[in-house]
Every structure is written in C-alpha cells, then in structure tokens.
Write a protein that binds this ligand. Structure first.
Ligand code: ZN
Length: 465
C-alpha cells in the first residue's frame, strides 16, 4: 500500500491524502487550499494526482479546507462516489454551492477591474454547475456502519465531535487473506462541546493519520472563566448600550455560540439581549443542523423533543435580506450581531465593523482563530487604525478575545487519542498542522511510543505502508 500527501502536510489547509493499493486508488478528503491568490491558484487547479484514476473519495467533514476542492475532481472526469456521514452530505452541499458562488462573484469583480487595465481574464476554480455535479455523487452513511467502497475496501465513520457530521474514517483493505487498516482522524473535536456528542474512542488500526492543529498548544480558558467573561461583556453592553460584533464562521462556530448563549440565559447567568445572526450561509447551515437530530448530544436532543427547534429563542433573529442587515447599522444597542466571515476577510461582518468600529461603546468579540494578515488578526493585535474596504479606519471599539472556544482537540487530547488505540498502530503520520505544531506532536508521540514509526510528512511525499 502507498500513502501520499497532497495538502495539509506541515500546513493546515487543502487536506488531501491518497491511498494506493493494487487496483484501488482512494482519496481521503479533497480540501480547498486557502491562502494567497497565486499559491491558491496553483494548488487548487492541479490537485497533485490524476482525478480520473481515483475510484472513490472518503470525506471526514464539511469544512471547506477538507471538502472545498471536490468540484475540481468532478471537472476532471472523476466518476466515483464520495462517501461521508449523512449530516455531512447536507452540510457539504450547502458549503460547496456557497464556495462556487463566492468564486464566481470574486472573479467577476476582479475581471471587471482587470479589464480596465487590459489584463487577462480570471476563471474560478469551479462554478455552481461543477458543485452540483459532484454533490450528485455524494453517498451518506450512518456512524459505525461498514460500507463497501470498492470490492477490496470497506470503510466506517466514527464520531469525533468537531462539527455536525464530522468523523474519523477507518478503512480496511483486504487481499489474499491479509488485511491492513488505516484510521484517518479528520479534525478531532473536544468533549463537552455544545450540540455535539463527545468524540467516540478510536477504533483499532495498523496505520494512523492524525491531525495536529493544536499539536503544541493547550486550550486554557474554559468553563467558569469563560462564563464570567461573557457575563461581564453582557453587563457592559447593557450599561453602555453597546453593540457586540462577533465575527464567526457560518458552519460550526455560529451554532455553537447560539447554544452557549441560550444555555447561559436558561441558567440565569446572563440577561437575554437581542441577538442577530446576520449570515445567509449560517441560516442555511443551521437549517441542516435542524435536520439531523441523530447527531445531537443529550441536552440538545432534549431541547429538540421538548421545544422543537434547539436553535431558536424569542431574542434570536436570523437576518436574511441585505436591507434588514443594513438596518442593523442604524439600530441602537445593547445587542449582539453574529456575522461571517470568521476572520473579517469578507461578508457582512466587514460592513458591521465599518459602521461600528469608531464607537467606543461597542465591543468586537473575537471567538475563533485569526490567521496572519487578516483584519481579524489586526484586531486581536490591537491596531488603533485598521484597513476596512481599503480605507484606514480608526478603531475606538474595544476588542475582547475569547480563547478556549476552539472546536479542535489540543495537544493533550491528541496524545490521549493515540494512547486510546488498542493495539497500538505501527505507523503514525502527523498532518494538518503548521510545521511547529506537527513536529512537536510527532516528537511527543514518538517519546510516548518508542515502537511506533512516527512521520511528519512533507507535501507530495510518498510512503510505503
Ligand atoms: Zn474542520
């Protein structure tokens, strides 16, 4: 068997790993590379292998850095099935249609600008019709069921509590009376997350491919510390009639925040205040969440059976039209506006920042990871003047950073996951982490398990397993 890495190797974006067995080529994830334009162009137009030679894809979850290049496969004559959990089928469909639309709009905008300078025409990586074509090849499975992928390969999906539908994938290849099992962790979640069940213990495997997003870090702030910070924020907002602007990813983070706020209100820890979810994509994603109670944890399932809709409350409003979104600019606080994109690189949240950032009563609450060079990162770094739509804008609003809301396992969780595999795997590949994170986790696994062959693969490297 051969295993090669075509993305998210010593980096976190564009997850794509290829398994080759005699007569079988199976792809694990097919993520979009996100980064600077030229590099993204190179990485997303050429996937690093011939899509026609792939028999099937197994998808760990619907985040775009894991699923976002699937339509590129379809464009290049891939004719197999794409297997994933049932919730991931619905989520990935929404995400890919949105991704195609974003690319079409981006290219149209840039081409309009470039045309004036007589430059060449840009093409999106894929269009809506490519997204629709690959979505027709999606096949949904239940957690734990064994599915036949090819005559010699079976697979099963195991809940990892990262986002709705997220799974570790166990693949088994059988030939001439022997079998080899590979476990791909996808993105590992954490226990005690709202909505989701805790990660299930890992099944046995010969070879493990494990993520390392937080391979060198521990999540600090948790439980009571987080609650107290939220209480202070709401009290401040009530007193100063603040708008709390929260940049949040439409998939996962937004629903997680809604549930956390609802829980604090129900427990009487904070007073309810108007909450606007201003993201059409987040609304669509939340609709998918409503369709999949089979993925809920006990608390969310109880709300679902007693109240019907776990994501609704009288103080929560899902904003759809651009007009209503604009009206929020004129509105007085206290209120919370949750909008995407999560790193303030586009979307409605940038408009809310433009209108709200110069008012010292307002608060910008950062609740997720902010990559370098993004507007979100500049806010975290405390810049006094930030560029918004290219215009230097003074920041008077206060920035409050919440660490510890991550949906990713930290270093201790990752090490515990490896420890829980019985019998221990012989080979471990550490992927999906910046180099420092991946190398650090790899070294820690090696120290704990001297008998394992631990590798931190570079991009496009190939290994015999
Ligand atoms: Zn993810």
């Amino acid at each position: 068997m051969k295993l090669s890495f075509h993305g998210a190797a010593r980096s976190v974006t564009g997850s794509r790993h290829l398994l080759e067995m005699p007569g079988n080529r199976i792809l694990l994830d097919c993520g979009l590379f996100q980064g600077q334009r030229q590099e993204a162009d190179r990485q997303n137009r050429f996937l690093g292998f011939d899509p026609r030679s792939i028999q099937a894809v197994l998808l760990s979850h619907a985040h775009i850095d894991h699923s976002g290049a699937l339509p590129v496969l379809g464009k290049h004559q891939f004719r197999g099935n794409v297997h994933m959990t049932r919730a991931t089928v619905d989520l990935a469909a929404v995400m890919l249609e949105d991704s195609a639309r974003l690319q079409e709009n981006d290219c149209a905008y840039l081409n309009k600008k470039e045309n004036r300078r007589g430059k060449r025409c840009l093409q999106p990586f894929y269009e809506s019709r490519d997204a629709r074509a690959i979505i027709r090849r999606f096949v949904g499975a239940r957690y734990g069921d064994t599915i036949k992928v090819t005559p010699r390969v079976t697979a099963s999906f195991h809940d990892v509590g990262h986002i709705l539908g997220s799974a570790a994938i166990r693949l088994k290849y059988s030939a001439r009376g022997n079998s080899t099992t590979v476990l791909f962790s996808g993105d590992l979640g954490r226990s005690q997350m709202p909505i989701l069940r805790d990660p299930t213990p890992p099944p046995s495997c010969d070879v493990l491919i494990i993520e390392s997003t937080y391979g060198d870090r521990l999540h600090e702030e948790a439980g009571e510390a987080l609650t107290q910070k939220a209480q202070q924020l709401v009290a401040h907002a009530k007193e100063h009639k603040s708008k709390i602007i929260v940049p949040a990813f439409a998939l996962g983070r937004t629903q997680d925040l809604v549930m956390r706020i609802k829980r604090l209100v129900a427990e009487g820890r904070i007073d309810p205040l108007p909450i606007y979810i201003d993201s059409p994509l987040a609304s669509k994603v939340t609709d998918v969440f409503r369709k999949h109670p089979e993925c809920y944890d006990e608390e969310t399932f109880r709300t679902f059976t007693s109240e019907g809709d776990p994501f609704a409350a009288r103080y929560i409003r899902y904003v759809s039209s651009p007009e209503e979104s604009k009206r929020l600019n004129e509105m007085k606080g206290p209120c919370v506006i949750i909008a995407s994109s999560g790193m303030c690189e586009g979307g409605r949240v940038v408009h809310h920042l433009k209108h709200g950032i110069q008012d010292e009563a307002n608060i910008i609450a950062i609740v997720g990871f902010q990559a370098e060079h993004t507007l979100g990162r500049r806010l975290v770094e405390g810049w006094d003047v930030v560029p918004i739509f290219g215009i230097p804008t003074p920041r008077r609003a206060q920035v409050v950073v919440f660490n510890g809301l991550s949906a990713h396992a930290d270093r201790n969780d990752l090490l515990a996951y490896v420890r829980a595999i019985s019998p221990a795997p012989q080979q471990v590949f550490v992927v999906h982490g910046e180099e420092k994170q991946a190398l650090s986790l790899g070294a820690a696994i090696q120290t704990e398990h001297p008998g394992m062959a631990v590798v931190v693969p570079a991009k496009d490297s190939i290994y015999e397993i």
